[in-house]
Design a protein around this ligand. Structure first.
Ligand SMILES: [Zn+2]
Length: 302
């Protein structure tokens, strides 16, 4: 029915993005608020946002029929549990149940990056593609394996491209490993590696512009980041042979400065593998919230 809508909430480490999402998947009245501290407080916050957005929807003649909530970390959609979310300090949190206790709508529950991948697959850069790979490079690095129109979850453990080792015995990673992609190519890693070479703390975006300007340390750090990403994708291509790789997250703002050398490096390293198209994501930081909306629609209209 044209008068139905869903509500979407994307819980992040520092902010919560929420919106009413219409039947075409478009966001109405998006809001962003700082994330509350603690799982119960976040569940309260989600319920309060749902109330607020219901009023907004009703004011526009729309009736919410479901609520989609996505969160970061290791997320098991089947049990509705956050197994581990480092940014939020959560372990084994039954988030779907906590939200369901507080709202009357059916609740769809998912993972932020898989939801972002779903949104790109349906509404963004992957909309005309078959099976493909979505990679989000921000503070951390994560991926979504898009198979037959949905993100493969693997009990919550799939898509962790950020922990493919790209520099054996390289820098320590937050996961306990060494030389993971996330320790080389994330925005945090790029800033850290530049600081350790140049003795100056600047953002990854600034490292990117200094690399363009020819700063030797910035060029070295950026090249290593591109090489790391190319290697991690090479591993993925060997296993999955996606026809398309969609690159999103904050670092994707570097655009062709990232994707141009990435394509070149992959062409150099690949031997027989099918070479995928590598394109930037289209939905930016709204992808997770839009994906939460799509999950909510799928909850009531499978
Ligand atoms: Zn790791």
């Amino acid at each position: 029915m044209a008068s139905e809508c869903v509500l979407a909430v994307d819980v992040g480490g520092t902010s919560v993005k929420a919106a009413v999402v219409d039947a075409r998947g478009a966001a109405i009245a998006p809001v962003t608020v700082p994330t509350s501290s603690g799982a119960d407080a976040v569940a309260d916050q989600v319920a309060a946002l749902a109330d607020e957005l219901t009023a907004v929807a009703n004011g526009r003649g729309l009736t919410p029929v479901a609520l989609g909530v996505v969160v970061p970390g290791l997320v098991d959609e089947d049990t509705g549990t956050v197994l581990l979310a480092g940014n939020l300090g959560w372990r084994d949190v039954p988030m779907r149940a906590l939200v369901e206790k507080r709202v009357s709508l059916p609740v769809a529950f998912g993972h932020d990056v898989r939801a972002g991948g779903l949104a790109e697959a349906v509404l963004g850069a992957g909309r005309d593609a078959g099976d493909h790979l979505f990679v989000a490079i921000g503070t951390g690095v994560a991926g979504a394996v898009m198979l037959e129109g949905a993100a493969y979850s693997g009990g919550g453990y799939a898509g962790e491209i950020g922990h493919i080792v790209v520099e054996p015995d390289g820098d320590a990673c937050a996961c306990g490993g060494r030389g993971c992609l996330e320790a080389v190519t994330s925005a945090r890693a790029i800033a850290r590696r530049y600081a350790s070479r140049a003795g100056e703390e600047v953002s990854a975006a600034e490292v990117a512009s200094r690399a363009v300007a020819g700063d030797v340390d910035a060029v070295a750090v950026w090249d290593a980041a591109v090489a790391g990403l190319a290697e991690a994708l090479r591993v993925c291509l060997c296993v999955l042979a996606p026809e398309l790789v969609v690159v999103g997250g904050g670092l994707a703002a570097a655009g062709e400065q990232l994707l141009g050398p990435l394509r070149a490096r992959m062409a150099e390293r690949l031997t027989f593998q099918r070479v995928p198209r590598v394109v930037p994501a289209e939905l930016g930081e709204r992808a997770g919230c839009l994906g939460a909306g799509l999950l909510a629609w799928r909850e009531v209209r499978p």
